[in-house]
Design a protein around this ligand. Structure first.
Ligand code: PLP
Length: 367
């Protein structure tokens, strides 16, 4: 074989990229922990422990056209989403998870060397996708109550010949569980920047907190959502976004034609059809969140933050957070620890079933 240094062909920003820490698949975890998958309580990725609606499996089993490419415009699903969201289908695009839409908007907007504003602590994919797109991430940390630092954000646009092009804000935010203040969104929309509002967890907060339909009045707003959390479809990868029509025209040109597969479209449609059942499980998760929050408040070595989502962020004080995570893992309970500045003494725990959460509380009391 000829000796060719293939790295010379790789884009420099990819060579410099730090890999995203992936969540390990169930089977691998099961082997590592020496436990059967059914004995693992997986609370590290905000998945829905109740799974998909039973109608999803039914509809998938009878799907006749698995050998035909999917509708590139997801027409049926976008019509159903229009009914679900109250926003006309023309403003809607479906993605292979909300993750795809994050990357797609960056590819639409960013030239190498451009910047985005990221407001940590928040979802890790924004800086990750920016790096893939050879863009800089300007981190503007949230204030101690996790609200946005509006002064620092606004300063980025004062006398700046190369101002940031995108700002990502998440409501409710992952991992803090907090909502974006409405006046802050108004102020962001006044800035010369495209605002991406990520509403991945909005079903757990309530639609009264959604700003999804605002895209009709704001040419610089985009709002993303997903079926991964409330509808339990994380494995099938379906997200969607609301976009102003001018931006939408360009997105249609660049979208991979078959980005959302047939199974994903069928599953999302079935979820919307059976949304009453799914909202029932959302209610159960919210009730369990509140019960679990009260139980956590009883522990003197940990402070939980109130949450509007299906997870709770906790500050670990008087103990070492990575050790707590490890002790829980040894009991078959997986939670998320953040190895990032400002969060290294925190863990995030997704909400599971009442039985699962009772076990978590027992183990936490014992450790
Ligand atoms: C804030 C936020 N946005 C988007 C996503 C990803 O959604 P999807 O599974 O649709 O790609 C997540 C998943 O954890 C998230 O926390």
């Amino acid at each position: 074989m000829k000796d060719i240094a293939t790295n010379q062909f790789i884009r420099k920003n990819i060579i410099d990229l730090k890999p995203y820490t992936p969540i390990l698949p169930f089977e691998v975890l099961s082997e590592q922990l020496g436990r059967h998958p059914s004995e693992i309580i997986k609370l590290d990725a905000n998945e829905n422990p109740y799974g998909a609606s039973p109608l999803v499996a039914e509809r998938l089993a009878e799907a006749p056209y698995l050998h035909i490419y999917p509708d590139p415009e997801s027409r049926e699903l976008r019509d159903a989403l229009a009914e679900y969201t109250g926003l006309e289908a023309d403003y809607l695009m479906v993605g292979h998870g909300a993750d795809e839409l994050i990357d797609m908007v960056m590819r639409l907007v960013l030239e190498p060397g451009d910047s985005i504003i990221n407001c940590p602590p928040t979802f890790g994919m924004y800086p990750f996708d920016a790096a893939i797109n050879a863009a800089n991430t300007i981190n503007i940390p949230r204030r101690p109550d996790f609200s946005l630092d509006m002064v620092a954000i606004s300063q980025q646009f004062e006398d700046n010949p190369n101002p940031p092009k995108l700002i990502f804000v998440t409501s409710p935010n992952n991992p803090s569980g907090t909502l974006l203040a409405e006046e802050d969104l108004h102020r962001l929309l006044e800035l010369p920047v495209l605002v991406i509002l990520d509403e991945a967890y909005i079903e757990f907060a309530g639609f009264e907190h959604s700003r999804f339909t605002w895209v009709k009045e704001h040419a610089n707003l985009m709002v993303f959502r997903t079926f991964s959390k409330w509808a339990g479809l994380a494995g099938l990868r379906v997200g969607y976004g609301a976009f102003p029509l001018e931006i939408m025209a360009h997105l249609w040109k660049m979208k991979q034609p078959y980005n959302v597969n047939v199974a994903g479209q069928i599953a999302a449609l079935a979820s919307l059809e059976d949304k009453v059942t799914l909202f029932g499980t959302v209610d159960k998760l919210i009730a369990e969140r509140e019960r679990f929050f009260s139980a956590l408040q009883q522990l003197d070595w940990l402070t939980p933050y109130p949450s509007q989502t299906n997870f709770i962020l906790c500050k670990v004080a008087g103990r070492d957070a990575p050790t707590v995570k490890q002790q829980l893992a040894e009991a078959g309970i997986l939670v998320r620890h953040y190895n990032t500045p400002g969060l290294s003494d925190h863990i995030r725990i997704s909400i599971g079933t009442p039985t699962q959460m009772a076990r978590v509380v027992d183990v936490m009391r014992e450790t």
